[in-house]
Write a protein that binds this ligand. Structure first.
Ligand code: GRG
Length: 272
């Protein structure tokens, strides 16, 4: 093995580039940068960590589009990875993005931006928010839960893990790299938890199907979402309450937290 990539593996790199270059809102990396700024860390110092989070997120979307999950042909306005490159390459592209994201995290210490211990703390958070106790666990509940059991607490539990954990992780990552004091960590935790759930609620509101979401994949049954359990105005009310909580959580953080406030307001009103 060597650090440079053999010509023979370039098709994998092309497929990674295709999915990463397909646009998207870049919400999670923006949260990493905004959270770093709020702590007085120069955003450039956390850039590899911001990219690592986007790579993990992109892997999850590639795998979520596979026939075994949602079987989606289109992602970010273009053919989904497996439609463009085939299923085997889509699986490997997701695997490569996840694995290489940890290589990006290592760059943080190689570049001298943070100490190895700080980077390990950051990697440990990424494992928590993207793995079994976070996104992967939430995805499992999403695909395996029975529609009859879609109570509000159950839907929230799925959303907090599947979608919320990576958003919370994006906000908390700079606190792990920088060792922020406890009050600052807790303020960002409250902000990230509220924003993570709010983001999924806003996603449910934006969904084109008004009442219920169906997975196209082998499950062919409804997915946990709010639109089945609450009216649109109730959902909007919940979204506003959560965004208000997120903004309140960082109310004492001063001007340096203005980007975090801006992102929360974007999630309140987003149209895509
Ligand atoms: C397959 C391990 C695995 C996990 C998949 C994230 C996820 C878990 C599935 C995505 C399904 C989905 C559409 C969830 C709704 C909320 C969400 C995460 C939307 C996609 O995130 P955006 O809107 O996407 O930030 P962009 O393209 O803007 O980056």
């Amino acid at each position: 093995m060597s650090n440079s990539i053999s010509q023979r593996f370039l098709p994998i790199v092309e497929s990674m580039r295709y999915s990463l270059g397909g646009g998207g809102k870049r919400l999670r990396p923006l949260l990493v940068l905004a959270s770093a700024e709020s702590l007085g860390i120069e955003p450039d110092r956390v850039l590899p960590a911001a990219v690592a989070i986007e790579w993990i997120h992109t892997y999850s979307l590639i795998h979520d589009d596979l026939p075994a999950f949602d079987d989606d042909d289109v992602r970010r306005g273009r053919a989904s990875s497996h439609k463009r490159f085939g299923e085997a390459m889509a699986v490997l592209t997701g695997d490569a993005l996840l694995t290489e994201s940890f290589g990006l995290m290592l760059k943080l210490s190689e570049l001298g931006h943070f100490t190895p211990t700080q980077v390990l703390n950051g990697i440990s958070l990424l494992v928590q928010c993207s793995g079994i106790s976070g996104m992967v666990g939430g995805q499992w509940l999403d695909v395996s839960s029975e529609p009859d059991l879609f109570s509000l607490p159950e839907v929230e539990f799925v959303h907090i893990h599947k979608t919320g954990a990576m958003i919370l992780g994006s906000v908390l990552l700079p606190t792990r790299l920088h060792q922020a004091d406890e009050a600052k960590i807790q303020a960002r935790r409250r902000y990230g938890e509220a924003l993570g759930l709010a983001f999924q609620i806003s996603d449910d509101l934006l969904d084109s199907e008004p009442n219920i979401r169906y997975a196209r994949g082998p499950r062919k049954k409804p997915k946990p979402c709010y639109t089945k359990l609450m009216s649109p105005s109730e959902i909007k009310g919940k979204l506003n309450t959560l965004i208000d909580s997120a903004v309140t959580a960082i109310a004492n953080e001063g001007e340096k937290a203005s980007a975090l406030r801006g992102i929360a307001e974007y999630v309140r009103t987003r149209k895509k």
